[in-house]
Design a protein around this ligand. Structure first.
Ligand code: UD1
Length: 354
């Protein structure tokens, strides 16, 4: 059986790591990796392949950054040729990025079967490009690999129950594996933060937070006012938008660093006293690693993280200080995200239906 994975952005490389491992354990599975080139900086792409031991992509479309339409359109054109050549039994798409949408549309129009990994997540926020990418992908794909029961319910409510299978979350597979491997290793924190003291970790990159200068300023000011030092691992979009708006990211509690490798991020989060983010993956990783999270968004797709106060939604940046300094929750973190075997289950599901 031939599976062709389409990836392009940072969180997809993490999911790909789990799938690559699971595929390698099956003699009868050939796995082709296509990188759209949506993320292209070494820190956003190459280090993930190296650190997570993912083989180099078989194809790199090198599309790069652009407006949504141009970026997605260029990927579509590139994918047609790739699929024509490889004729996979399954095209596997991941999550909710423009690369997900392009891989899906190209394959279904060539009558090639598509499986959507991380299907059924919903923010119900139609301002997010990711929400459109998810919904359209789920409705076009042939097999929906849902990470959670909540995701399965969303798909059922949209009439997609027949195509749905709950596998657990593949990011959990990787997170738990990597957390065990970094135990006791040195922390990679920006200069000025004592790795043996208390600190917080932050990432901010969503268009909704970065593209309005007033909102971005309010978020950064709130981070600067925190009482404990904060490591801000700055996504290129954040750096670019802050520069355009004349906002200095560093200052006060904030120590700025470049995006870091996945094992370093996992290590930083498990040793941090708090996480502030607008990333989906990081909310969940905080939950899995037992670090309280404050999510600078009006809603989350990973609603299970909100249980027992392990994650809080921050609608107004003025609430950040209180959220970051809230007492560490003592209640359980139920295993909503599976048992660390979601990738094997996903590969088996594709084999059974090839
Ligand atoms: C994308 C995904 C988002 C995901 C995120 C993970 C979409 C619609 N969004 O957002 O869901 O959470 O990836 O990081 O697909 N840039 C660089 N170097 C890079 C990559 C990006 O400089 O390697 C800059 C470019 O200026 C670009 C901007 O970042 O314009 C945004 O990049 P883009 O890939 O369009 O979206 P992300 O914000 O990364």
């Amino acid at each position: 059986m031939k599976i062709l994975s389409v990836v392009g952005a940072r969180p997809q490389f993490v999911k790909l790591a789990a799938i690559t491992d699971a595929a390698a354990q099956r003699d009868d599975v050939e796995h082709i990796i296509v990188h759209t080139g949506q993320h292209y900086d070494a820190a956003m792409s190459d280090v993930f392949f190296a650190d997570l031991r993912i083989p180099a992509p078989d194809v790199n479309l090198a599309i790069g950054s652009s407006s949504h339409g141009r970026q997605t359109g260029a990927m579509l054109a590139g994918m047609d040729e790739v699929l024509e050549e490889h004729q996979p039994d399954w095209t596997l798409v991941y999550g909710d990025t423009n690369s997900t949408l392009a891989g899906t549309l190209s394959a279904v129009k060539m009558h090639l079967k598509v499986a959507h990994l991380e299907a059924g997540l919903r923010s119900f926020n139609r301002r997010m490009p990711e929400e459109h990418n998810r919904v359209i992908t789920d409705h076009a794909a042939d097999l929906l690999l849902a990470p959670t029961e909540v995701a399965r319910r969303h798909l059922a409510a949209e009439g997609l129950a027949d195509r749905t299978l709950v596998t657990g979350d593949v990011m959990t597979d990787v997170c738990l594996r990597v957390a065990a491997s970094v135990e006791g290793t040195a922390l990679a924190l920006p200069e000025g933060i004592d790795p043996f003291g208390e600190f917080a970790v932050a990432t901010i990159h969503r268009a909704d937070n970065t593209d309005d200068p007033d909102k971005l300023r309010a978020i950064i000011d709130a981070l600067k006012a925190l009482e404990i030092p904060l490591a801000l691992f700055a996504h290129p979009r954040l750096v670019a938008k802050a520069k355009d708006a004349g906002i200095d990211l560093a200052g006060g509690a904030v120590h700025v660093g470049a995006p870091i490798a996945y094992p370093d991020l996992v290590n930083a989060v498990r040793n941090a006293s708090a996480v502030v983010t607008d990333s989906g993956g990081l909310q969940k990783e905080s939950y899995l690693l037992g670090t309280p999270c404050s999510t600078v968004r009006t809603e989350t797709e990973w609603v299970e993280t909100l249980e027992n106060d392990w994650n809080q939604l921050i609608l107004d940046p003025a609430d950040l200080t209180a959220s970051v300094t809230r007492p560490r929750p003592t209640a359980d973190r139920p295993a909503h995200y599976g048992d660390g075997r979601a990738s094997q289950r996903s590969i088996d599901a594709l084999r059974d239906r090839a």
